[in-house]
Design a protein around this ligand. Structure first.
Ligand code: GLA
Length: 381
């Protein structure tokens, strides 16, 4: 993180000749509770020690510049002419945040920003939420907008909906903004309130394994699933699937397609699992937690259908190893990382075996990440 901050700072000073404000905004993991956030349900994320560093300062040239250092890409823009760029462009995260701040009748002046990250896009670790949060947090400081953290994450989320085109829930932006060192946050996505859980398993740790793939169409598949969930909630006459039970769903079985039935069932069950996982952590019962994590993956793969061969393979490898208590895909799906709960002194052996097996099977490398649970978006002095 220190190196990343230094890089954006020096690049900013070399380009704009002034001292910037420095913001670090983390990515996240999610222990369990996948695709439950936009159903008003529960999730269990934590901010990590990897994310986006941004250097930001007012501009007096009459226009704004944003530089994505990783991509070696630079864009100049005017604040009064903002509209979404072409799909998939990084600048949509920046433009979207500014436009959503303006929508709240807050005045943002011209600014310059340089940013760089150390989580690969598509890893399922929310580099996009980290970027959005770094922009809104930096602008809030710079122009004294008086936004609360909750307002900031809602702005980030709207940017994603309206400029990036993904109708995401609130988990990623929340975890990135409100993360607490050494804690995971059991978040109720309806009230946007969380309870921190200290994660200091003595003999186990979470590690991530990145498939290094991101299958296309994942954004439209995500939006499709969200609208399927919403239409089933309407059929059930509840506000969101969070309010439904398996018995409720059973009553409308004839009114939904079998595939949508399974999707709604998955959401109801995953929400239950997330509550059970919190209890397992309270009881310090990691075996039970691990089982819930494996069940979550099975649901994501077989019922919700957001996994892929690479993710399923990594989870199958984990299952073969008795020192891995649980593993599942993490985030939106169709690629990115698995999260694995592994006995500390077996981590290296597991890493070696999985990496070899993955290479043999897919003829490409996976990447293993060791993470620490960390604080949310903050200024760096
Ligand atoms: C993405 C979205 C989140 C959440 C997850 C799936 O990360 O941004 O809001 O829906 O997928 O749990």
């Amino acid at each position: 993180m220190v190196k990343l901050i230094k890089e954006v700072k020096e690049s900013f000073k070399a380009t704009f000749k002034v001292e910037p404000l420095l913001v670090f905004s983390p990515g996240r993991i999610n222990i369990i509770g996948e695709h439950t956030d936009y159903n008003d349900g529960f999730v269990f994320p934590a901010a990590v020690d990897k994310g986006i560093a941004a250097a930001i300062q007012k501009s007096d040239t009459g226009s704004c510049t944003a530089i994505a250092l990783d991509l070696d890409s630079k864009i100049e823009f005017d604040l009064d002419k903002l509209k979404p760029s072409k799909e998939g462009s990084w600048e949509n995260y920046v433009f979207g945040v500014v436009a959503e701040i303006q929508n709240r009748n807050k005045v943002v002046g011209d600014f310059n920003i340089v940013f760089k990250g150390n989580i690969p896009g598509g890893a399922g670790m929310s580099s996009s939420a980290a970027l959005e949060n770094s922009v809104v947090f930096g602008l809030n400081e710079l122009f004294e907008l008086g936004l609360t953290k909750t307002e900031m994450i809602l702005i980030s989320q709207k940017a994603e909906h309206n400029y990036v085109g993904v109708n995401c829930g609130i988990m990623d932006q929340y975890a990135s903004m409100f993360g607490i060192k050494d804690n995971a946050l059991h978040l109720d996505c309806r009230t946007i309130q969380s309870k921190p859980y200290k994660i200091d398993f003595k003999k186990h740790q979470f590690i991530l394994i990145n498939t290094n793939v991101k299958h296309s169409l994942s954004d439209s598949a995500y939006n499709d699933r969200r609208s399927a969930c919403e239409s089933i909630a309407t059929l059930l006459d509840v506000k969101a699937l969070r309010d439904a039970t398996e018995a409720d769903l059973e009553k409308i079985i004839d009114k939904v397609t079998p595939t949508n039935y399974q999707k709604a069932l998955y959401v109801i069950q995953e929400n239950e699992r997330t509550l059970k996982a919190a209890k397992a952590i309270e009881d310090n019962d990691l075996e039970r937690l691990g089982k819930l994590i494996y069940q979550s993956h099975a649901g994501l793969s077989d019922q919700y259908k957001v996994s892929c061969d690479e993710l399923d393979f990594l989870v199958a490898q984990a299952k073969k190893n008795k020192y891995v208590l649980g593993a599942r895909m993490m985030g939106g799906g169709f690629g990115g990382c698995t999260i694995n709960l592994v006995a500390r002194n077996e981590v290296n052996a597991f890493e070696e075996t999985v990496s070899k097996a993955y290479k043999n099977k897919f003829d490409k490398e996976c990447s293993v990440y060791f993470i620490e649970l960390s604080n949310g978006t903050h200024l760096v002095k």
